[in-house]
Design a binder for this molecule. Structure first.
Ligand code: NAD
Length: 512
């Protein structure tokens, strides 16, 4: 606790102080409701953060709208310079912010630091991008005419994020949205308000040093009702929402009803196909890290293994042995592989999924249980487990946000791909094979139906340089690298006539 208090001091936010979020930008009125942040690591209440009322929310968005006028007038490379400085501040605070992420969310310290590294990387990417917001020039069919396109900012971008990547997902959206000329209003997960406040205080410092209004980066703390306000608000030109498919369906409906734009990054049900030509020495750590890393709470966590019959028994034996070596405990202690689930409600979901799996005919190779005793006082630590299943079982079709791995057998690659694609979600997928034909079939139009398809690496984790997102119930959105920036801008086609005639398109004549 002392250690965390020192970190909060260095991040310029005081511990247990509802005033962190006061002020219209941060969105809390005096004496308003409070959000409590409990660490799943030790069950401690680490902070109370002021919650934004509807009144606060409207004041914050009004400030954002006001700030948009200033921010969009800045040339894009100058906006990139501000984002570059934000990246520099993140480098300075990497250890502290990464530790806070680990403590508030429960992921390992390495992953907490990795999350901050991802924020730094996207700032670098966005800085470069600020000089590359290219539009095309097309030949006009009319003489003496020039036709080209420009990309303009949208306005206020709303960001709703999930607890499992409490800071990186915001930065993927915000850094790109900012260089594109937008201002952002962030509603983080109500389960991780403290890391969000820390990020806000870092970016607020950068904006102030540049003489810019903090309204360029706004934070509203609260739960679902606040998310619903964002979804219904016509001032939010684009709403980027990361979370469960249930949340995404509700957001999509509300945003579509006002013909707004959304980017949806929802649940996954990711599989690795392990073929008879796989290098099992690679497949094993890929599967284990994918399934138990972040205690199975990544959208890209490996939930299903589809293993060829000829290597099934051998691989199963190695997998069970590897699970026997897992060390579960305090994620800030680097000796541990697996930390806690986010809260006791998540533990309840884990137990319910295990019970459902048994009822539906699953057979556990490594049994699940809730751990108790020394070091497990928060009640959030669970044993990662493995069940042998058939692919069509209802529980296998659903995403349970916990370290439960389903393993199943296949005979032909067509069958494996069919199984892989048979779930409602379409985020990440992988094939383990040294056979070129198998790899190419998996990557072809008739192969994986996911937004991410890997060969000889697992499903979990992604680099910021690629566009990130998935199909079907994963929501179809793309964020981060490649040309994902285009979703944060509006395209305008411009045709300029520099002749003394007025020829019409398609050769249409209109003589007066
Ligand atoms: P969640 O859906 O419970 O909450 C996510 C966010 O949405 C929170 O900020 C929450 O307050 C808000 N919210 C909830 N209901 C809402 C509604 N009706 N309208 C507006 N906002 C609402 O998800 P979670 O438990 O925090 O996160 C886990 C889920 O997120 C998993 O399904 C995981 O796969 C998914 N996820 C997806 C990605 C991706 O990029 N595809 C990344 C991370 C997490």
């Amino acid at each position: 606790t002392t250690h965390i208090a020192a970190i909060l001091g260095r991040l310029a936010i005081a511990p247990i102080n509802p005033a962190w979020s006061t002020g219209s930008i941060h969105g809390t009125s005096e004496g308003g409701a409070l959000l409590e942040s409990f660490s799943p690591v030790d069950g401690e209440r680490i902070a109370t953060v002021g919650e934004a009322s509807a009144h606060d929310y409207h004041a914050v968005v009004a400030r954002a709208v006001e700030s948009f006028g200033i921010w969009r007038a800045l040339p894009a490379p100058q906006r990139g310079e501000v984002v570059r400085q934000f990246g520099e501040e993140l480098r300075r605070h990497k250890q502290d912010l990464g530790t806070l992420v680990s403590y508030e969310m429960g992921k390992s310290l390495q992953e907490g630091l990795g999350e901050v590294q991802e924020m730094i990387d996207i700032c670098d990417f966005a800085t470069g991008l600020s000089r590359q917001l290219y539009g095309l020039t097309m030949p006009s069919e009319r003489p003496g005419h020039r036709m080209y396109e420009q990309w303009h900012p949208l306005g206020v971008v709303g960001i709703i994020s999930a607890f499992n990547f409490p800071v990186a997902v915001w930065s993927w959206n915000a850094a790109i949205a900012w260089v594109c000329g937008n201002v952002c209003v962030w509603k983080p997960s109500e389960k991780t308000p403290l890391t969000a406040t820390a990020c806000q205080s870092i970016i607020a410092g950068v904006l102030a040093r540049n003489g810019l209004p903090e309204g360029i980066s706004c934070l509203v703390q609260g739960g679902r009702p606040l998310g619903e306000l964002l979804a219904r608000d016509p001032r939010i030109a684009l709403l980027s929402a990361t979370g469960s498919t249930r949340m995404g369906k509700s957001v999509a409906e509300a945003v579509a009803a006002r013909l707004g734009k959304s980017i949806l990054e929802l649940g996954g049900n990711n599989a690795i196909i392990i073929t008879e030509h796989a290098d099992l020495d690679i497949a094993l750590p890929a599967a284990v890290f994918g399934a138990v890393g972040t205690a199975g709470q990544r959208c890209t966590s490996t939930r299903r293994l589809i293993v060829h019959a000829s290597v099934y028994e051998a691989f199963k034996a190695r997998l069970v042995r590897a699970y026997g070596q897992l060390r579960i405990g305090d994620p800030l202690d680097e000796a541990h592989h697996v930390g806690p689930l986010i809260d006791r409600a998540a533990v309840g979901n884990y137990l319910a999924a295990i019970a459902a799996c048994e009822v539906q005919g699953g057979r556990f190779l490594v049994a699940g249980e809730v751990l108790s005793g020394e070091g497990y006082a928060s009640g959030c630590y669970v044993q990662p487990c493995i069940a042998e299943v058939s692919p069509d079982m209802a529980i296998v079709q659903a995403e349970t946000f916990a370290p439960i791995l389903y393993i199943m057998k296949y005979e032909t690659l067509d069958e494996a791909i069919r199984i892989q694609n048979s779930v409602p979600q379409g985020l990440s997928s992988a094939i383990m094979t040294l056979n070129l034909r198998e790899a190419e079939q998996f990557l072809s139009a008739g192969g994986s139906d996911c937004g991410i398809a890997n060969v000889n690496i697992g499903t979990s984790g992604a680099e910021i340089g690629g566009a990130f997102g998935g199909e079907k119930e994963t929501g179809g959105g793309r964020e981060s690298g490649s040309d994902a920036w285009k979703a944060y801008m509006r395209r305008q086609t411009n045709t300029i006539n520099y002749s003394d005639k007025l020829p019409l398109a398609q050769g249409i004549r209109f003589d007066l």
